[in-house]
Design a protein around this ligand. Structure first.
Ligand code: PYC
Length: 335
């Protein structure tokens, strides 16, 4: 039993929080970020819970810890820590963490304007614009994204029968478009969408066990997120979503991995062309700009290489203590 201190810098990416642990993160074993992720989950998950859950975090809290790259040609490696666990990839987390790291001088990119980042889901190539002390935007080229299933169905006790597709963009997303029993996110509150999502995510994974297994990483093997769509607030936007993650969160950003999954779905259906900007709005109306950079394949399926551009703002510095000697909530709680 002891007390541990973590130096953190807090930011938000288009409204969604990012907490970067700058000091106090554990030494992890493994030759890749996926191996280090497994080691962290086995031995250090209390750090994630303490820093993400209440009372030090909240339902939307999302963070990351930086590590040196395994391949010296790369600039940085990252572990994502979230209320839901350690995501293989997180888009808003990448944009936020890169913004913090550049503004605070925590990384020295080998090639100015470009960063190669090792994530558990694979190598992520990043570009950024930093005209002065502040980073204006960050764009990352995400992992291979693809449409995994079409026209599956699930029963919602709130809405009735729903049809959905599943696409991968760094996590598996069930994508629910407007249909007879669901008129679109504009007609529902965030807490409605959370209630619907909790139920259907569980039902989807029970009804379709082993249907969603990443062809190159069998640790990524279920639908973890629900992406609901609806009418954009700005008529010039291409789409709007509400992404459910963790147990009670609706992403305040347009969700980088969710936007990648959405573009993979639209591209596979011929509704989005290579190079065409896809302006994706979040539930609160903040925007990412996505693009299909290239077509590729994965596990015998057509896939895309998506890019996502967004911004983040740094707003806080924290030394957070997790004191197991006298705090009954040292490792956080969820209600
Ligand atoms: O931006 O990829 C993302 C993300 C995942 C969960 C919350 N945000």
């Amino acid at each position: 039993m002891s007390a541990h201190s973590f130096t953190c810098i807090d930011a938000h990416t288009c409204g969604n929080p990012v907490r970067l642990v700058v000091e106090g993160g554990p030494n992890l074993q493994g030759g890749s970020m996926e191996e280090k992720r497994q080691h962290f989950l086995k031995e250090f998950d209390w750090i994630r819970k303490g820093l993400m859950f209440e009372p030090r975090g909240h339902d939307m809290m999302s963070g990351s810890i930086l590590y040196p790259p395994h391949d010296p040609q790369n600039d940085i490696a990252i572990l994502f820590i979230e209320t839901s666990g350690c995501l293989p990839m997180c888009g808003h987390g990448t944009i936020g963490m890169i913004t913090i790291a550049l503004e605070e001088g925590l990384i020295e990119p080998k090639v100015p304007g470009k960063i190669k980042m090792e994530a558990p889901a694979g190598l992520v190539e990043i570009e950024y614009h930093k005209p002065n002390k502040k980073v204006e935007w960050v764009r990352f080229t995400n992992v291979k994204s693809y449409l995994a299933a079409e026209n599956y169905t699930v029963h919602s006790s709130f809405l009735g029968e729903l049809t959905f597709d599943v696409a991968y963009g760094g996590n598996f997303y069930a994508i629910v478009d407007a249909q007879e029993n669901f008129s679109g996110i504009q007609d529902y509150s965030a807490s409605d969408l959370i209630n619907f999502s909790q139920e259907i995510r569980k039902a989807i994974n029970e009804k379709y066990p082993k249907h969603f297994i990443h062809p190159e990483n069998s640790n990524i093997n279920h639908v973890s997120h629900i992406l609901w769509t609806g009418t954009p607030l700005d008529e010039n936007s291409s789409g709007r979503n509400a992404v459910f993650y963790g147990d009670k969160a609706i992403d305040r950003s347009p969700c980088g991995t969710g936007t990648s999954a959405r573009m993979a779905q639209l591209y596979a259906k011929g509704a989005l062309k290579k190079g065409e900007p896809y302006v994706h709005e979040s539930y609160i109306g903040s925007k990412f700009v996505g693009k299909v950079e290239a077509e590729t394949s994965i596990g015998g399926k057509k896939a895309i290489i998506p890019s996502i551009q967004g911004w983040a703002k740094v707003y806080g510095r924290n030394t957070i203590t997790i004191d197991e000697t006298d705090d009954p909530y040292a490792h956080g709680f969820q209600v």
